[in-house]
Design a protein around this ligand. Structure first.
Ligand SMILES: Nc1nc2c(ncn2[C@@H]2O[C@H](COP(=O)(O)OP(=O)(O)OP(=O)(O)O)[C@@H](O)[C@H]2O)c(=O)[nH]1
Ligand SMILES: [Mg+2]
Length: 363
């Protein structure tokens, strides 16, 4: 199961209590207060990790708790600080605070049951508080409570034997919504069976499943394409789109979010028109779907990868296609036989690296 959005409850550790104690030692009468401070509670930290590709670890563990700090001890001993609980999330994870849930329908997916949390919570994403876009980037989700003060701090000229101390601070806690929006340089976008996964296999070492039926790919797969001069680009293969994807038909909406942060779109069309498809209307309706999902996607740079050129009707269709869209960049390839893959890499390199402004094209 691919998990790209999840509700969680996080709780940082409480600070340890300060200690009340007095120095007791041979030949040291009235040794005075020596109660140490409590340790800090552990923080809950999210860390973006390039080797984590989805949020499934949180699906099995949606309640994250850090340990509390240890209490202070005699002889001015400071309680041990609790370690931070670090949770790895994929690069491209966006963190939202919880907002009240509007719908009343029962939807188990909307609930998180935490033992000592206020109540089983149903909520929707609210304010965005973080966007982890770089490998290794960290976000402090809940801060641990500070340690309490031991009685050693309360000594004064008037009170030589203080019994005061403070409790440790409470760790922060809350419900959050995490959403993954894959970050890649380019995205392969196309109808089911157009050959997107075949192309990703040809371009990179990634091994998405390829089969002659629609919706073979059920979740985004990212491949790293090695380009010249030690350069590399990431390319995302997303599940096939169909007409009405913006209304959540097919695997629609679920996966369109993953292309919102790709700088260039490679519209893959089956130029052979197998299964009675027409390449011209395929491109037109793919463009329409992107536009209807979010008008800003329509402004993103794109070019056409004319796939399946090894099949009989492909050349004829390509001539018609070029005549219909004379101003488009169109690259004929065969993912299956590997023809045109070198040129495709070159084109990706040109579009991704030679046009730095593309990198800012994120919504
Ligand atoms: N003849 C020929 N067949 C191809 C070519 N590229 C892909 N195919 C075939 O087309 C079928 C679908 O390929 P996939 O790569 O799974 O297509 P996809 O676009 O990833 O499909 P979904 O994941 O379902 O959206 C498979 O049977 C492939 O072998 C090609 O260049 N030539
Ligand atoms: Mg596929």
């Amino acid at each position: 199961m691919f998990v790209d959005h999840i509700r969680i409850f996080a709780q940082a550790g409480n600070g340890g209590r300060g200690c009340v104690s007095f120095r007791r030692e041979k030949f040291v009468p009235k040794g005075g207060p020596d109660g140490g401070d409590g340790g800090r509670g552990g923080d809950v930290i999210l860390r973006a990790d390039q080797h984590t590709d989805q949020l499934s670890n949180l699906f099995y563990e949606p309640i994250i708790k850090a340990k509390s700090g240890e209490h202070g001890q005699g002889k001015k001993m400071h309680g041990r600080n609790a370690p931070a609980k670090v949770v790895k999330v994929p690069v491209g994870t966006i963190v939202y605070r919880a907002a009240a849930c509007k719908s009343d329908g029962v939807n188990a997916d909307l609930e998180v049951h935490a033992d000592d949390a206020p109540a089983p919570a149903r909520f929707e994403p609210g304010e965005q508080i973080a966007d982890l876009t770089q490998d290794g980037q960290e976000f402090l989700l809940c801060e641990g409570g500070s340690g309490g003060k031991g009685n050693v701090h309360f000594k004064s000229s008037r009170n030589r034997a203080p019994r005061e101390f403070t409790e440790g601070g409470e760790g922060e806690s809350g419900y959050f919504f995490l959403e993954l929006r894959t970050i890649a340089d380019a995205a392969l976008v196309g109808y089911p069976n157009a050959g997107k996964s075949t192309l990703l296999r040809a371009l990179s070492a990634a091994q998405p499943k390829v089969a002659p039926y629609p919706f073979t790919t059920l979740h985004p797969v990212i491949g790293v394409v090695e380009l010249g001069e030690y350069r590399r680009a990431t390319v995302a293969d997303i599940p096939g789109l169909i007409e009405g994807a913006h209304r959540n038909l097919g695997l629609g909406h679920e996966f369109l979010r993953h292309i919102t942060r790709c700088a260039v779109f490679l519209l893959v069309v089956d130029m052979a028109g197998s299964e009675g498809r027409s390449p011209v209307s395929d491109v037109a309706s793919l463009r329409r779907e992107l536009d209807l999902y979010d008008a800003r996607l329509a402004e993103r740079p794109w070019f056409v990868v004319a796939n399946k050129m090894d099949l009989p009707d492909a050349n004829e269709n390509l001539v018609l296609f070029r005549a219909r869209f004379p101003q488009l960049t169109i690259l004929p390839v065969s993912g299956k036989e590997g023809a045109g893959i070198g040129e495709l890499k070159h084109l990706i390199e040109q579009w991704v690296f030679k046009k730095p402004e593309l990198h800012e094209a994120t919504i």
